[in-house]
Design a protein around this ligand. Structure first.
Ligand code: UGA
Length: 465
């Protein structure tokens, strides 16, 4: 009944508030634009909803009819903190729209963002097929001077190529601006990251393009976000260099963890102390089963491929990629050292998403573990607060549960693969009673190891032997 009432209230809001011209800007920019965002994946949806929240009128376009229908009703296809609220709020106040009609939306806008995916293609290179199609469409629909920003992650030289594609299709030779505005949003906290960025980067080859972007971001700049206006080539480099540097940090600490195990040092103590050096910084020094997600693995590979074309050998990035590729196997080998053969062993896995606060399982270390363990004949029982469904799309026969305690029933080992906060609240005395062998492998150094040992668990973690 309550659910029914809330749904009706939302519908009423969606129908009535726009009609009344009701607007509730949290910031007033004074400079309104009509914005089209092409591609309603995670980047496009967050960008569109946040720009609307900053006061712009935004239409998010996608070729996926079902998705657009869903979004138009105020429902979102991904789990992302705070996103549902701003989508619903800005649908209701009439600043956010969804459409499958890309052509019309382009014709009616003065600013266009390209946010379609650039998935990993053959040999690790970024696949620019979707972005090329969008550039064609924009070129064909340039009825007046528009400013186009690419937000999709693209390799060096892509913006130049996009310009060529637009030009080929721009039969009336209508003038336009083109810039590259890389995004630095983390899944799980992308709304927060958008609203409080460490920096805003715009790569542009003229002042007008840079000024229009600054204008869109003005509320964030006024709130203190540094704006970096660069050449297009620099902006392309900044995106890949940022993600690669963070990947290097993670692989570095993972190697240090291995070394710590050998000499009896504790990687958590080491990471904390080295991170206090401001030149190093505390972030991204958590050891784990290897970085995953839709960005780091894809972007580091694409960066290497792009560098290769220019005769540059990015040895540090390559090393980070190599190190990362061994992490899941190392964990499985440690299990084999402990149990011998894993055939028939009942293993519970907690956490399936590539990190906490997201249901995204792309390149998730947990799924790599599942693959390796299944190949060795282990029987897996898994739990994730929200990613079970996505994991089942990859491994349809996986046993999944709705409560962490159900996954560990009679288990011989429990692997914590993703550090969801709720695992800190679990009653481990109950878990202890349920498990067959009281063995926990904390691949994120996340749980209270001392407490678990006090209860009687045998605990394996990273970099602490
Ligand atoms: C990453 C970047 O952090 C964003 O700045 C960037 O915008 C985004 O990629 C992108 O290019 O779109 P994201 O993939 O959402 O964001 O995830 P991160 O929070 O960076 O984590 C990536 C992986 O590294 C996860 O598997 C995480 O568990 C792992 N990680 C992170 C560690 O193993 N240790 C750490 O200390 C930090």
């Amino acid at each position: 009944m309550i659910k029914w009432f809330v749904e009706k209230l939302l519908l009423l809001q969606l129908l009535i508030f726009p009609a009344l011209g009701f607007c509730d800007p949290i910031f007033s920019t004074g400079n309104k634009h009509s914005v089209t965002v092409i591609g309603t994946g995670y980047v496009g949806l967050v960008l569109g909803a946040c720009l609307a929240d900053l006061g712009q009128v935004v239409t998010c376009c996608d070729v996926d009819k079902e998705k657009i229908q869903m979004l138009s009703k105020g429902m979102i296809p991904i789990y992302e903190n705070g996103l549902l609220e701003i989508v619903q709020k800005n649908l209701a106040n009439g600043r956010l729209h969804f459409s499958t009609n890309v052509d019309t939306s382009i014709l009616n806008s003065n600013v266009i963002f390209i946010t379609v995916g650039t998935p990993e293609g053959k040999n690790g290179e970024a696949n620019l097929c979707f972005i090329g199609k969008v550039a064609e469409t924009i070129g064909k629909n340039l009825n007046d001077k528009k400013t186009i920003f690419v937000k999709s992650t693209v390799p060096m030289g892509t913006i130049r190529w996009i310009k060529e594609v637009i030009d080929e299709n721009n039969s009336k030779q209508t003038p336009y601006n083109l810039g590259y505005a890389p995004e630095f949003l983390r899944e799980g906290s992308s709304v927060e990251d958008f609203m409080h960025p460490d920096r805003i980067v715009i790569g542009a080859d003229n002042d007008e393009t840079a000024n229009i972007f600054a204008n869109l971001m003005q509320p964030l700049i006024d709130a203190g976000a540094p704006l970096c206006t660069t050449s297009i080539a620099s902006a392309e480099m900044i995106k890949y260099a940022s993600n690669s540097f963070l990947s290097i940090k993670i692989s570095f600490i993972n190697e240090i963890a291995d070394f710590c195990e050998q000499i009896g040092a504790n990687v958590d103590e080491v990471a904390y102390a080295i991170g206090l050096d401001k030149r190093i910084g505390k972030a991204f020094l958590k050891p784990g089963p290897g970085y995953g997600g839709s960005c780091f693995p894809k972007d580091t590979n694409a960066f290497l491929k792009a560098a290769e074309k220019y005769g540059i050998d990015l040895k540090t990035v390559n090393a980070a990629v190599q190190t990362n590729s061994t992490r899941a196997l190392k964990i499985v080998q440690n299990l084999e050292n402990r149990f011998g053969s894993l055939k028939g062993l009942k293993i519970a896995i907690w956490g399936l998403s590539f990190k906490e606060e997201t249901d995204d399982v792309r390149e998730s270390a947990a799924l790599k573990l599942i693959d390796l363990l299944q190949k060795r004949g282990a029987i897996l029982h898994c739990y994730d607060p929200i990613a079970n469904a996505n994991a089942l799309k990859v491994f349809p026969t996986l046993f999944t549960y709705n409560r962490p305690q159900d996954a560990v029933q009679y288990a011989d080992a429990l692997i914590l693969a993703t550090p969801w906060k709720e695992f800190l609240e679990v009653n481990f005395i109950d878990i202890y009673k349920r498990m067959n062998t009281k063995f926990i492998y904390d691949t994120r150094n996340f749980l209270d190891e001392k407490y678990l040992r006090r209860i009687g668990f045998e605990v394996e973690s990273l970099g602490k032997k």
